[in-house]
Design a binder for this molecule. Structure first.
Ligand code: NAI
Length: 330
């Protein structure tokens, strides 16, 4: 029995993500919540011939019911980027939206796993952590910023320059955060290994960091990545559900609190995460969420070390911005 709530289900990400979660045969109940258009989306998706029940929840008065008795909440609610905007430009609007939604989850399903897609993830995850802590139900092993799209892009973009690579099975660890230069792909640790020149590493790193801009530009004012993000979000949610259901170890990247596993975090702190509270790392998932932060057990390149240092400086500011929003200084 797995009950999933998607908050922001009528949006560009929310609709295909809802469809993909309807296709997930481990899901038994699907709650679709939005402030507009969600009855139509839910009616449409409810006709798909899988066994889960789909329910629609429209508007703030229905939010508590939408997040009652759920195991997993996925949050793609908010506004997306338009050309020329950074993810941080979204902060003012999305910060308040995420805060309100997480408060409702804390009050009605305090043990639910929470996956945050709404940008800027580097700040919205710290907001969620603060909200949960205030409500007395913060468990760092259960809160995730979804960075799967960065890993998905890394695999696919390597394939673009090395056609023999299998994009579906290539794994490139991506650490740091989820915006611009805070995204640090560790191409030297690709598995299986890929030989790349320095120039190729630089170009690929830049493309992975700013891959979202390609979509924003191509959509020309009509939003940011939605379909690839729905795929990435569904993949992450599926991993979380499989790990919870079967107890089989599943590894995925996510932007998480490093104190979810202080021992596993030590290596990343030494690599440049320093005293940061949150960092994107590969995590092994289990029945209670994060089982451990997976070590790299390898030496990264000087270029990657420098990139982590750049990421850490920006991340410190993003994280502080989120914390200050949720807990304004007295
Ligand atoms: P969209 O505008 O198409 O959809 C957002 C949906 O959220 C709309 O249906 C809207 O009605 C709903 N919404 C707004 N306020 C709400 C509230 N208080 N409660 C519930 N629903 C609410 O936007 P799109 O393209 O789906 O993007 C959503 C978010 O995901 C954006 O913040 C975007 O930046 C982010 N994103 C994150 C990525 C990641 O890798 N983590 C990748 C791409 C986008």
């Amino acid at each position: 029995m797995v009950s999933v709530a998607i908050l922001g289900a009528a949006g560009g990400i929310g609709q295909p993500l809802s469809l993909l979660m309807k296709l997930n045969t481990n899901v038994t109940r699907l709650h679709l919540y939005d402030i507009v258009n969600v009855p139509g989306v839910a009616a449409d998706i409810s006709h798909v011939a899988t066994n889960s029940e789909v329910k629609s929840f429209l508007g703030p008065s229905k939010l508590p019911d939408a997040v009652t008795d759920i195991d997993l909440a996925i949050i793609p609610a908010g506004v997306p980027r338009k050309p020329g905007m950074t993810r941080d430009d979204l902060f003012k609007i999305n910060a308040g939206i995420v805060k309100g939604l997480v408060e409702a989850i804390a009050e009605n399903s305090p043990r639910a796993f929470i996956c945050i897609i709404s940008n800027p993830v580097n700040s919205t995850v710290p907001i969620a952590a603060e909200v949960l802590a205030k409500k007395g139900c913060y468990d760092p092993r259960r809160l995730f910023g979804v960075t799967t799209l960065d890993v998905v892009r890394a695999s696919r973009f390597v394939k673009d320059i090395r056609p023999k690579v299998d994009a579906a099975t290539l794994r490139v660890p991506v650490v740091g955060g989820h915006s611009g230069t805070t995204i640090v792909p560790l191409l030297s640790l690709a598995s299986p290994p890929v030989e790349l020149s320095e120039k190729e590493v630089e170009e690929l790193t830049n493309r992975i960091q700013f891959g979202g801009d390609e979509v924003v530009k191509a959509k020309d004012g009509a939003g940011s990545a939605t379909l690839s993000m729905a795929y990435a979000g569904a993949r992450f949610a599926d991993s979380l559900i499989r790990a919870q259901q079967s107890g089989v170890a599943v590894v995925e990247p996510a932007f998480v609190a490093l104190d979810a596993d202080p021992e596993g975090a030590a290596e990343y702190r030494n690599l440049g995460a320093g005293s940061l509270r949150f960092f994107a790392v590969p995590v092994e998932l289990g029945p209670s969420g994060i089982k451990r932060i997976v070590p790299l057990n390898a030496t990264i390149s000087t270029y990657e070390r420098k990139a982590i240092a750049v990421a850490a400086d920006a991340l410190a500011i993003n994280i502080d911005t989120g914390v200050a929003f949720a807990t304004p200084p007295a």
